[in-house]
Design a binder for this molecule. Structure first.
Ligand code: FCB
Length: 486
């Protein structure tokens, strides 16, 4: 037996470094952020193509026209994933690539890209995890009214049927939506995301129709998919905290929790919209007309696993009349609020915490609390962390390396939080790092790098950052490495 030298022994006990057997290690991307090939093989513009071409909407006038050219480089990218040891790859499907007008028959050339991608992944032993909608509505459907119109939910169910028919049984998990909160409230409320509308009532209507589209799609998917294939939705549940113990701040937290979280978890997981949400927003929408008979039953069809995305907590207060910065919510500056009915709530950055390049404070305990809160509110619900990660100002050293110790520390802290939540009873099935590689960060364009792999956009060369090698080591060990001397 080899004696363990105390100076190199892991700080944690070996059991503490264990993730459950079968815990899935993945990385995530989204179609518009990585694919490029915006006008190839029959693809038509989505709302993000239109938005990114609108002057002043995206930093530096960046667009997803080329992005990380994943459309052409997917084989190399899958080979890279395999080298890193990834067990699953979460990607999204560009609706306007497979069904350019958002209606009618699919375009085979568009489907072929995803067929080839899935083939390549399966060949490499990597489970495909596909999201149907990561924010890129076909422009034609927006021209017809977009998500504030109920008919868009019907269109989405048709699109889900196309994808289930084309690829259904070869994907491990189908996710209907990524972060519908952003689609509804950044897209139609604050307007910092496509389509850039600033209509509080439309944002609430969009939220309901996204919920309805989710439920309809789950029905379609469940009807077509083998039982072993999982269905899911990914929410960016805000980990809301009141700034002080005052009743006014508790009310601010309740309001943001309602319009940020429970507007989705309520109908999806409980079959009802929260009464306080309805009270806070009834001057904007008539919920009794918006929500039709049968909608809640449709929306609450069970999912097999809930995806949660977490980056940073949300600290809120109710400022005294007429004071406070109500826009500092980390979702981009706008004169319009993405919080309909609760526009007066003020957002804060935690003092004394380190921040990422997004100016988001780093707080792994937020992820722990989020997983525990969902477990408390929805006991037994299997969870998957479908996004977590950080942007930093990465650069390539003269030796050709990208050293990103801050990202390693971020990931280590957050994976440790996941592990603690698992130990305390949360049923977390996997973790997907955001992102596999640097990409188009929405309104920030290419100015923010979230990748574990660096992308040199001029040459499209991929350089795994130190964090990619670190993550590969985590996957190999199926646990966290020792942190080393402080
Ligand atoms: C999430 C999005 C993802 C990425 C990260 C940083 O809100 O789902 O596409 O932009 O933020």
């Amino acid at each position: 037996m080899t004696a363990v030298r105390p100076d190199i022994a892991p700080k944690q006990a070996p059991e503490a470094t264990r993730f459950p057997t079968g815990f899935v290690w993945g990385a995530a991307t989204a179609a518009y952020q990585v694919e490029g090939a915006a006008a190839e093989d029959g693809r038509t513009p989505s709302i993000w193509d239109t938005f990114s071409r609108t002057p002043g909407k995206v930093r530096n006038g960046d667009t997803g026209d080329i992005a990380a050219d994943h459309y052409h480089l997917y084989r190399d990218d899958v080979a890279l994933m395999k080298r890193l040891g990834l067990k699953a790859y979460r990607f999204s499907i560009s609706w306007s690539r497979v069904q350019p007008t958002g209606r009618g028959p699919a375009v085979e050339r568009g489907l072929d890209f995803y067929r080839k991608l899935v083939d390549e992944l399966l060949e490499a032993g990597i489970t495909p995890v596909a999201t149907l909608y990561h924010w890129d509505l076909p422009q034609e459907l927006e021209d017809a009214g977009g998500w504030p119109q109920r008919v868009t939910a019907d269109r989405f169910a048709d699109y889900a049927a196309i994808m289930a028919g084309a690829l259904g049984d070869r994907v491990g998990t189908w996710t209907t939506f990524n972060e519908p909160w952003c689609s509804a409230f950044l897209g139609y409320g604050s307007g910092v995301h496509a389509p850039g509308r600033t209509e509080p009532a439309s944002a609430l209507r969009a939220a309901h129709h996204l919920n309805l589209a989710h439920g309809r799609a789950i029905e379609v998917l469940r009807g077509q998919l083998p039982a072993a294939v999982q269905t899911s939705v990914t929410l960016n549940l805000h980990q809301v905290r009141p700034l002080t113990a005052s009743a006014a701040d508790a009310d601010a937290a309740r309001r943001i929790d309602a319009v940020g979280n429970r507007i989705f978890t309520g109908p999806m997981l409980r079959g009802e919209y929260p009464e306080d949400l309805i009270a806070d927003t009834r001057h904007l929408v008539d919920w009794s007309r918006l929500v039709q008979d049968g909608d809640l039953a449709a929306i609450s069809r069970p999912v097999d696993v809930l995806g949660v995305n977490y980056y940073t907590p949300t600290l809120v207060s109710t400022p005294p009349e007429g004071s406070g910065d109500t826009r500092n919510d980390g979702h981009g500056a706008s004169d319009h609020s993405p919080w309909p009915g609760s526009e007066h709530v003020s957002f804060h950055l935690a003092e004394g915490k380190e921040r990422t390049a997004m100016n988001w404070s780093i707080d792994p305990n937020g992820l722990y609390s989020l997983l525990m809160d969902v477990t408390r509110d929805h006991p037994g619900l299997p969870l998957m962390v479908t996004e977590n990660g950080a942007a930093f100002d990465d650069y390539v050293s003269p030796e050709g390396r990208v050293e990103d110790p801050e990202r390693i520390a971020y990931l280590h802290g957050h994976l440790d939080a996941v592990q603690r939540a698992v130990a305390d009873g949360a049923d977390v099935r996997g973790y997907f790092l955001w992102s596999l590689m640097d990409n188009f960060e929405w309104a920030y364009g290419y100015s923010k790098r979230f990748g574990a792999v660096y992308v040199d956009y001029a040459s499209q060369r991929r350089i795994p950052k130190a964090s990619a090698h670190w993550y590969a080591d985590v996957i190999r060990r199926h646990g966290l490495p020792p942190t080393g001397p402080a």
